[in-house]
Design a protein around this ligand. Structure first.
Ligand code: FMN
Length: 399
């Protein structure tokens, strides 16, 4: 079979839903909702564009489940049924041509900037960037159950509005990830200590969602292969959590890595051998494959059709996750399938000035700008100047 054909094979998830092909657009926070966390016309337009691009699944940027805990000022927030009309329009626009739209649901925990009145987490362990992120207050037992219920409610709202799946954001140092890591979870109750206790939060979210959306609706999770920090969530722990999630019947486990303190998900400081193999967490996914039958999605670094197809053909994984390339080439999957393209190259989003580049926000801002342009009905610009964007950012935030 040709690489383009390998990627076009359908796949049936444990819940019985069939996904049309193996390419997934991974979550990218669009930061482009209307006031109050309402899904905007711009978001719907962006997903209409992506819906024509051929991906089997489009996973939304992280949607917050609590208005009091947002990761970015313009995140979509789904707490109840007030935005059902907009969610339905979003699903219709994205799914017109057969793509499945999934909602990524998140609570940022301590990675919530100071625009939030109060910040909560598993424990009171603050991020080192104290100017931006306040010291969190540990959640009470009652609050933990309320948050779990909130994830489930957001999932049910997605289902009721015609979305075809949901994903728990359990990676990148957000709340689920904070519970998993001994660096951020110092609790001595049933939510802390042993790995079983630290994983309880993720498992209870899954169980609550499953109760609310029923047996035939896809639920996935994105988790870290590791946090890549001393004393934090390790590779061995991640493999054990994958065992626990698989035993529950999880429909898809997406593997990524890193946190705000160590941005491994974006390829920061990868070993040369890993870079040569393109996908950042390629070694880990093989270990996961050897332990679980749950469908696996790997995200981070994939750029070449042959490499993606080989990973699937070798049965290392079931789905290929692609994020940044989709912000610049929205019809990427279709282009691969029609063999109009065999790889994708992205420009460096740096200024060349170390102090600015190390702050990391330019990379995110550059891709957000591409999504914003598509939402406005414009074409993405692979040659968009990083300097121009920096001036725009400074003007908006400082002057
Ligand atoms: C602008 C931007 C926003 C992102 N937002 C999210 C998000 O909301 N949820 C998430 O799980 N990952 C998010 N990511 C990470 C991507 O899903 C992905 O893991 C990462 O970009 C590596 O994949 P890639 O090399 O294909 O881009 C974001 C990445 C970018 C560039």
């Amino acid at each position: 079979m040709k690489p383009s054909e390998i990627l076009q094979q359908p796949f049936t998830l444990p819940c019985g839903v069939s996904i049309p092909n193996r390419i997934v657009k991974s979550a990218m926070s669009e930061n482009n909702a209307d006031k109050g966390g309402k899904p905007s016309e711009r978001l719907i337009k962006l997903y209409e564009r992506w819906g024509k691009g051929g991906a089997g699944i489009l996973i939304s940027g992280n949607v917050m489940m609590d208005y009091k805990a947002v990761g970015q000022p313009r995140n979509v927030v789904i707490e109840d049924d007030r935005f059902q009309k907009e969610l339905a329009a979003w699903a219709d626009a994205a799914q017109k041509e057969g793509t499945h739209l999934w909602m990524q649901i998140n609570h940022p925990g301590r990675q919530a900037p100071r625009i939030n009145k109060e910040v909560v987490s598993a424990s009171d362990v603050q991020l080192p960037m104290g100017k931006v992120f306040a010291k969190p207050r540990p959640l009470t037992e009652e609050e933990i159950w309320k948050v779990i219920d909130g994830y489930g409610t957001a999932a049910l709202m997605a289902k009721n509005a015609g979305w075809k799946g949901v994903q728990i954001h359990g990676a990148h140092g957000y709340l689920v990830s904070q519970f998993l890591s001994t660096r951020t979870n110092l609790r001595t109750d049933q939510w802390g200590g042993t790995l079983e206790n630290r994983a309880r939060f993720a498992l209870e979210i899954y169980r609550d969602m499953r109760k609310k959306v029923g047996a035939g609706f896809p639920i996935g999770i994105k988790i870290n292969s590791a946090d890549f920090q001393r004393g934090a969530f390790t590779e061995e722990e991640s493999l054990e959590v994958i065992d626990m999630l698989s035993a529950e019947g999880m429909d898809m486990i997406e593997v990524s890595g890193g946190t705000y303190e160590k941005a491994a998900m974006m390829g920061a400081k990868q070993k040369k051998s890993t870079k040569q193999r393109e996908a950042y967490f390629a070694d880990f996914i093989v270990k996961a494959r050897n332990r679980t039958k749950a469908p696996l999605l790997l995200t981070g670094g994939f750029r070449t059709l042959d490499v993606m197809a080989a990973a699937i053909e070798n049965k290392e994984l079931d789905f290929v996750g692609i994020a940044r390339p989709f912000a610049v080439y929205p019809a990427l999957a279709k282009e691969f399938f029609e063999e109009k393209r065999t790889d994708v190259h992205l420009p460096k989003t740096t200024t060349g000035i170390k102090f600015i580049d190390n702050m990391g926000f330019l990379d995110i801002a550059w891709y957000e700008e591409q999504m914003r342009m598509m939402g406005n009905g414009e074409e993405p610009k692979p040659k968009l100047s990083t300097w121009k964007l920096l001036f725009k950012f400074l003007k908006a935030n400082l002057f």
